[in-house]
Design a protein around this ligand. Structure first.
Ligand code: AMP
Ligand code: ZN
Length: 684
């Protein structure tokens, strides 16, 4: 074939493949067999191999092609990607409908769409060809995830129909179907990798992979629902925009309804709630939008969200299941915590089988019997919770839970002071408590011994190598390498930790010797001394010795430390075993005093208080908090009027809402990074 003919053929093939992959992936209605389709792709691949100069970015062969990027470049959105205001119940939804109708002063038509629980995405096409895909980020600046999004089969690489040749930005949701999510988590589990909490996190995580071929393997899908600057395409309403998107080759959710009254909107919401479990993807509500773009413009935006749309959120999901047993775990302070063990159920996107019941009073208050059919839900869509029993379904075989009077781990008598809800094992040598204390010491918030997980610690205890936290610092690399993991190989010899992991662990143990004083205090697990109190004590006294020497009055004088905490700290250091432990830690080289940047003068962020919510991409929240504190800022867990800034990452929690309600300034990751690198506080 002549060069020109080859080029023509390649172009024709690309068109054909784009058309048939749209029929197959978007419409789910193929016209040709899989074999015929594969033959087209193979022919194009062949041509492109022989004529690399003919490869185009919108070629279907380029879905996985771009080299993996090290970092996601920031993308400034042409127009801000707003979030949506929420209506938490039908009452709030009706109030919003009435307000928009009143503000517009005429009957309003609304479009109801399902609220897809995924990750938002902005796609830019130039001359009809996909050139960029960006995440929402903080709304102003997102991340360039083009190479990854290109691998999603329902994202057209080139527009067809009314969108053919258009330069346009469209927005929508990337999501992971429920079935793909289950498969992914099974595979993650089999590979010993962490599982995703829900399809939303899985989708967001998959879009932000360093290697596009990983994204390609994740089975992501899309629904598009917004055309930016729709008037450029002669579109006057949201429902026309959805039609335009569909005709241009995008996947658009079919469950859309134009409603002319409150009753119609409510009916759509109720139907959606009813059907949510039958859908192959997760939805967490309904988005109601004013249909007319002219009316949308009249209503405008608040600082954070459009006034012309609202997200009606479904009530927290509840499921019923069978309560198989109530068991008791022993924490590091000896507290006995009953927890429910029930038949696994899927709630709000993940499978749960256990939930804490907190204490015996709580069980009595809820009236739960072992064997009951119970209602479970996920509080804040995260922590599983038992709501209560379905009394009508009892058959008489149920039995009440009795708090054991002996510790399930060591058999010592359990002590429950008058008027206290919590029962405790008070045996200081209790193996369960000891194990939990060791786990706590090594944990992220405390001494952060990277790689020292629960399983290894349990094995170290079993082998008699570690009894208290100072023993971590006496472990030799050889002993660790030879640590049996409690399994045997085919030939009957024990599986051991091995030299590679051992060397890493020794490094982590060494690194943990230099943690800040507050971490060490928290790691000791003194009753009532959480991370915040530990911080206050470290700031006030500067060393373990100074704290150990302080009187209860001195301790109680520290802000945030009352008489109860002071007494607990005193009791800890009055105990000879504990003092001996501190000496052993010092002897092992663990730092027990703060090297204070003495007289360093005013630090750049002193006087400012930050709260972090959502996931950051460039560091963990702990790392961000440490970095802020190192510059003199305070970092707290809850938002109040006194909070200076709330840092919002991907998928933020209720703290963002609280910040909005209180008018506390919100900053994104980019702003945070700027602050950390320049030492300039963010602009309020
Ligand atoms: P939230 O994150 O709770 O503030 O909700 C806003 C987000 O809902 C948007 O950023 C979108 O990513 C998402 N969303 C899902 N489905 C829709 C839809 N049909 N219309 C608008 N936004 C949607
Ligand atoms: Zn015990």
């Amino acid at each position: 074939m002549a060069e020109a003919d080859v080029a023509k053929r390649a172009e024709k093939l690309r068109e054909l493949i784009a058309y048939h992959s749209w029929r197959y992936y978007v419409l789910d209605d193929p016209e040709i067999s899989d074999d015929a389709y594969d033959a087209l792709v193979r022919e194009l691949e062949q041509i492109e191999r022989e004529h690399p100069e003919l490869v185009r970015p919108d070629s279907p062969t380029q879905r996985v092609g771009a080299p993996p990027s090290d970092q996601f470049a920031p993308v400034r959105h042409s127009q801000r990607m707003y979030s949506l205001d929420n209506a938490m119940d039908e009452g709030e939804l009706v109030a919003w409908l009435e307000r928009t109708t009143r503000d517009l002063g005429r009957p309003v038509r609304y479009v109801c769409e399902l609220k897809i629980d995924g990750s938002s995405i902005a796609l830019t096409y130039e001359g009809g060809v996909l050139v960029r895909a960006a995440t929402r980020g903080d709304g102003t600046t997102g991340e360039d995830v083009t190479a990854n999004v290109r691998t999603i089969k329902t994202v057209p690489l080139r527009l067809i129909g009314p969108g053919a040749g258009a330069t346009v930005e469209v927005r929508g949701e990337v999501y992971m179907p429920k079935a793909s999510f289950e498969r992914l988590n099974e595979a993650q589990e089999a590979a010993g990798l962490p599982v995703f909490a829900n399809p939303r996190n899985a989708a967001a995580g998959s879009v932000r992979q360093k290697d596009p071929s990983v994204t390609a393997s994740r089975d992501l899908d899309t629904f598009l629902y917004q055309v930016v600057e729709p008037e450029r395409f002669g579109l006057a309403t949201q429902h026309e925009a959805l039609e335009w998107l569909r005709a241009s080759g995008f996947k658009v959710n079919p469950d859309v309804r134009v409603c002319a009254s409150t009753d119609e909107v409510l009916a759509f919401c109720r139907e959606a709630l009813e059907r949510r479990h039958d859908l192959p993807y997760e939805i967490d509500g309904v988005v109601v939008k004013v249909d007319s773009f002219a009316e949308q413009a009249e209503l405008g935006f608040t600082a954070k969200a459009p006034r012309w749309a609202i997200a009606y959120k479904f009530p927290p999901e509840e499921r019923t299941t069978k309560l198989l047993d109530i068991r008791v775990s022993v924490g590091r302070t000896g507290a006995l915590t009953p927890y429910a063990v029930f038949e696994p159920v899927r709630v709000a996107g993940s499978t749960i089988a256990r939930a804490t019941l907190h204490n015996a009073d709580e069980i009595a208050r809820k009236g739960i019997l072992i064997g009951d059919t119970i209602i479970v839900r996920k509080a804040g869509d995260v922590i599983p919770e038992v709501v209560g029993p379905v009394v009508a379904l009892r058959d008489g075989s149920e039995r009440p839970f009795v708090m054991p009077d002996a510790c399930p781990s060591c058999g010592s008598p359990v002590w429950r002071p008058e008027g206290e809800a919590v029962a405790r094992c008070v045996n200081a040598a209790c193996p369960a408590q000891r194990l939990e204390r060791l786990i706590h010491w090594a944990s992220r918030g405390a001494m952060d011994i990277d790689g020292m997980g629960e399983e290894i610690i349990a094995r170290l205890v079993d082998e008699g190598l570690v009894a208290d936290v100072s023993d971590f610092y006496r472990l030799s690399e050889e002993r660790l390498a030879a640590l049996p993991l409690g399994r045997v190989k085919k030939d009957g010899s024990p599986v051991v930790l091995g030299p590679v992991v051992a060397a890493k662990l020794v490094g982590s143990i060494e690194a943990s010797k230099r943690r800040p004083l507050a971490r060490l205090l928290f790691g000791l697990g003194i009753r009532h001394v959480g991370a915040t109190v530990a911080e206050a004590l470290a700031d006030a006294f500067g060393s373990v010795d100074a704290i150990a020497a302080a009187s209860a009055e001195d301790l109680a004088a520290v802000e945030g430390v009352g008489p109860v905490i002071a007494a607990s700290v005193r009791a800890f250091f009055d105990n000879a075993d504990n003092r001996a432990l501190i000496e052993r830690l010092k002897a092992a080289g663990v730092a027990t005093s703060e090297e204070r940047p003495a007289e360093m003068g005013e630090q750049p962020l002193s006087g400012l208080t930050f709260v972090l919510t959502g996931a950051l991409s460039s560091m963990t929240r702990e790392q961000a908090a440490e970095a802020l504190k190192a510059m003199g800022a305070k970092v707290t867990d809850s938002v109040s009027k006194k909070t200076s800034f709330v840092v919002v990452g991907e998928s933020p929690g209720s703290k963002r809402d609280k910040a909005l309600a209180l008018g506390v300034p919100i900053i994104g990751e980019e702003e945070l990074l700027r602050t950390l690198s320049t030492g300039q506080p963010p602009a309020a």
